[in-house]
Design a protein around this ligand. Structure first.
Ligand SMILES: [Zn+2]
Length: 327
């Protein structure tokens, strides 16, 4: 039998308890699996019940609706950003998939920064936090309309950080990645897919501790598009430079399986992540930890090759941690 691939420190061989008389099957225990980029407003609040995902991060939708989904019991646990903060008329205002209330336009008044009252940026951030957001989302899409100016973006970041909450940006179009990195944005909702980041800018992103949510599959939906190539190249160099990669699919965007997407996993491998790095990206507790009583069980022997790794991992299921006996 060939030796299995190296899964790293997050994976442990276990036996799943069935009953005292009948020993359960053997497999691999992993921490809870998280998709760090989904949209419940598109797939619906119940679409991911009974999948292997223990947590999801909703990165944009109507604030009140997403907040009420997040308050419900059961898995996956929902962390959320609330509305997309954007410039007046900016992305995703007017997009057919963006339900009313998905975009929160920040209208900056003249003299805003000198007033004693909260600024427009502080107010917009405060609204999301009041509903329980654990991350703030900004849309920086120059290809689709106006974007926040650097001062307003900086005010968003300062307000979020004052509350101990990270900021994630949708960056699309020339110069948007640099604008976000310069402003101290903590995460990218997508691996940048419209422009190649030079090594110096990637090094700055890594040094700042930025995380990048992969979403490689939706950059081409499995086709070798220019965007898919740019994203693969950017993510490969970000990972090689020590960058923190988070698994995420933008679930709701296009046709994707409900649950863990093996095509996204295969693209992470193509970008140069080994099995241990893929597992780290899929179990990273960003932006908030998931309940530790639940674990992941992958039945059977770990695969012998990286080619088989995505399908093996996509066969995972949720399990109470107490049902898994370490071998
Ligand atoms: Zn999205």
């Amino acid at each position: 039998m060939p030796r299995p691939i190296e899964l790293g420190p997050l994976a442990r061989p276990v036996r799943r308890s069935m009953s005292a008389q009948r020993p359960g099957e053997t497999g691999t225990m992993l921490p809870p699996l998280i998709d760090h980029h989904v949209h419940l407003m598109i797939i619906g609040p119940d679409a991911l019940r009974d999948t292997a995902l223990a947590g999801v991060v909703d990165l944009g939708g109507p604030l009140d609706a997403i907040a009420s989904h997040a308050r419900r019991d059961g898995l996956p646990k929902v962390a959320f950003a609330g509305s997309f903060l954007t410039a007046p008329g900016g992305y995703p205002v007017g997009r057919p998939w963006a339900s009313p209330g998905s975009a929160r336009e920040i209208v900056v008044e003249a003299g805003d920064e000198r007033a004693a009252l909260p600024t427009a940026a502080e107010t917009a951030v405060g609204e999301q936090l009041a509903f329980g957001a654990s991350v703030i989302k900004v849309a920086l899409n120059r290809a689709a309309g106006p974007v926040l100016d650097a001062a307003t973006l900086a005010a968003v970041v300062t307000s979020a950080h004052a509350a101990g909450v990270p900021v994630v940006a949708h960056v699309e179009g020339d110069g948007m990645s640099r604008l976000a990195i310069d402003a101290g944005v903590d995460a990218f909702a997508h691996t940048p897919f419209t422009e190649r980041l030079d090594d110096e800018l990637i090094a700055r992103a890594v040094a700042a501790g930025q995380c990048w949510i992969s979403t490689l599959f939706v950059a081409g939906y499995g086709e070798p598009t220019p965007e898919a190539g740019i994203a693969l190249d950017n993510l490969g160099r970000f990972h090689a430079a020590g960058g923190r990669v988070l698994y995420g699919t933008d679930l709701g965007n296009g046709d994707q399986p409900l649950g863990v997407n093996p095509a996204e996993l295969a693209l992470l491998v193509r970008a140069g992540l080994g099995a241990a790095a893929v597992l780290a990206s899929l179990t990273d507790p960003w932006p908030v930890p998931v309940d530790g009583a639940v674990a992941t069980f992958v039945p059977g022997e770990p695969p012998a090759t990286l080619d088989e790794f995505p399908a093996w991992l996509a066969s995972a299921c949720l399990s109470p941690a107490e049902d898994l006996e370490q071998l």
